[in-house]
Design a protein around this ligand. Structure first.
Ligand SMILES: Cc1cc2nc3c(=O)[nH]c(=O)nc-3n(C[C@H](O)[C@H](O)[C@H](O)COP(=O)(O)OP(=O)(O)OC[C@H]3O[C@@H](n4cnc5c(N)ncnc54)[C@H](O)[C@@H]3O)c2cc1C
Length: 486
């Protein structure tokens, strides 16, 4: 076994979090600054607040196109789940600002004459002059509501995703039209130029996401070499580049967006972690049957063309090669964990490795042969925990509670150990918090989740506070705009 593990290749490019935050504020606040430069005479505070909410809200809505997780420059260092969490949080203040935009305009009238205020509001909603603004607002409300209520409405993921794209493009397109046609500050000068630039940027984003990526999926196809059943409703796909397709320079733990056959269209792709080491040619994915797309994955014929877009994600061991590693996988969350484990084996990781793998039933455990082989190659101790065992089960029963985690950490220096966790949201949250309580520094507890649902680990809560601070900065900028010009 070599003394030192070779370092992983450099991580994907991405701007540091403070730079992304600053750029976000700048883009959202810029229309306020440009508008402020145009105003020469004092204006009613309510009107300024209404206009300012419209300006900053529209800018923030357009920025949502690049917080969809597909742009490495934005999410390369932050991680897709953080970026998606931001996307969801920011959607609320975009919605609030743009609903307040027409409402605040009528507040002075409401104070003086409620009946007239009602008439004015009806005029905003019905006059052809304002139609694009009404369409934009309706599309935005529908977009947020269908996202929040997707499961309750029983919307298929693909249907929701297509509708999300159409509604987002409609909301921003109609919003920009509204701004440059009736906007008090936007109809001419630098603010109008700003909206045109935003329009071009959004069009470029859409072209990149759905035009260039579609072309790349077809110009650089991969092929399914084999598909093997690895556990109950879990399949391992070996995917190799077709002749002429370049290799994918990924890091262990990252993920790709995958499509197959004729459906190689970015709108239909699905994210899957790479369960492999980059030192092996091609890559493997471990896929659990979970719905329309994955239910048929086991019946794909070898040779099927595969479209891969990636790599994405920050769930990697970059810069941690000199440390002990605690790998924790729950259910199909074992996929990136296996990728990391296989990579540690391929690189001959010289430090202790601990693996805890939890699943609901014995037949859900995948790739136990790989884990046994890794035990022979590494200083690896593993623990299998099953929630609902059967008579033949030889591992432990229950969940990965604090006592078991403490046992896994036994003999490791918490300051020189990195924990990598992937699994269902509640498990990830509990395990991450427990590990921090057991002495692991917060920045050495890394995790990935397969759904972007709200979660509330200590790290999530810290992140949410940071997001709220960003929203607070925007609110302050709006207040400053009103105070400066009123
Ligand atoms: C970063 C990441 C890595 C993942 N890695 C793996 C993996 O290695 N192995 C594995 O089995 N699963 C993985 N998943 C989950 C996998 O993407 C979904 O199970 C799959 O897309 C379900 O698609 P479906 O059409 O079969 O099911 P559906 O019935 O369409 O969806 C079931 C649920 O999966 C989620 N989902 C569906 N489509 C998408 C999509 N395009 N993007 C994001 N979420 C979606 C939604 O929450 C949806 O409610 C990963 C998810 C993410 C976000």
């Amino acid at each position: 076994m070599p003394d030192t593990a070779p370092e992983a290749p450099p991580r994907n490019p991405g701007l540091p979090a403070p730079v992304v935050a600053l750029l976000y504020i700048l883009v959202c606040v810029l229309p306020l600054i440009l508008a402020a430069l145009r105003v020469t005479s004092p204006t009613v505070a309510w009107e300024l607040a209404a206009a300012g909410a419209g300006l900053a809200g529209l800018a923030a809505m357009a920025v949502q196109f690049v917080t969809s997780g597909r742009f490495q420059i934005v999410s390369g260092r932050l991680g897709i789940d953080h970026v998606m969490a931001f996307h969801k949080t920011a959607a609320w203040w975009v919605l609030l600002a743009l609903i307040l935009h027409p409402v605040v305009y009528v507040v002075p009238t409401l104070q003086a004459n409620p009946a007239l205020a009602q008439e004015r509001m009806m005029a905003y909603l019905t006059l052809p002059h304002y139609r694009s603004g009404v369409i934009a607002l309706a599309a935005l409300v529908l977009l947020v509501m269908t996202s929040v209520l997707r499961l309750r409405l029983g919307l298929r993921y693909e249907t929701w995703r297509a509708a999300h794209l159409v509604l987002a493009a409609l909301a921003v397109g109609a919003g920009l039209h509204h701004a440059v046609t009736v906007g008090r500050f936007s109809a001419a000068g630098m603010v109008e130029g700003y909206w045109w630039a935003i329009g071009v940027a959004v069009a470029a984003v859409l072209l990149t996401l759905y035009g260039l990526r579609w072309a790349r999926l077809h110009a650089r196809p991969w092929r399914l070499a084999s598909v093997v059943r690895r556990a109950d409703r879990m399949w391992e796909l070996d995917i190799q580049p077709a002749p002429g397709t370049p290799a994918l320079p990924y890091e262990a733990g990252q993920f790709v967006w995958m499509t197959e056959g004729r459906r190689r269209v970015p709108l239909f792709d699905h994210p899957f972690s790479i369960a492999d080491s980059p030192l092996r040619p091609g890559l493997s994915l471990i896929v659990k049957e979970a719905g329309d797309f994955t239910d048929t994955i086991g019946s794909l014929a070898p040779g099927t063309p595969i479209g891969l877009d990636g790599p994405y994600g920050t769930f990697t061991m970059a810069g941690q090669g000199d440390r002990a590693v605690l790998l924790i996988g729950g259910g199909v969350g074992i996929a990136p964990i296996l990728g990391l484990l296989r990579d540690l084996v391929a690189r001959g990781h010289p430090h202790p490795v601990r693996l805890a793998y939890a699943a609901g039933r014995p037949e859900n455990f995948a790739c136990l042969d790989d884990i046994a082989a890794a035990e022979a190659a590494l200083d690896l101790r593993s623990l299998l925990v099953c929630e609902t065992p059967d008579d033949g089960w030889q591992g432990e029963t229950g969940i990965l509670d604090r006592a078991r985690l403490a046992r896994m950490l036994d003999g490791l220096d918490p300051d020189r150990t990195t924990a990598m966790i992937c699994g269902p949201g509640p498990m990830v949250t509990a395990v991450a918090d427990n590990l921090i309580d057991l002495g692991l520094p917060m920045d050495r507890v890394r995790y990935e989740r397969f759904d972007y649902a709200e979660c509330a680990s200590r790290q999530d809560r810290r992140l949410r506070r940071q997001f709220m601070a960003l929203g607070g900065v925007l609110a302050l900028a709006l207040a400053g705009f009103v105070l400066a010009l009123a």
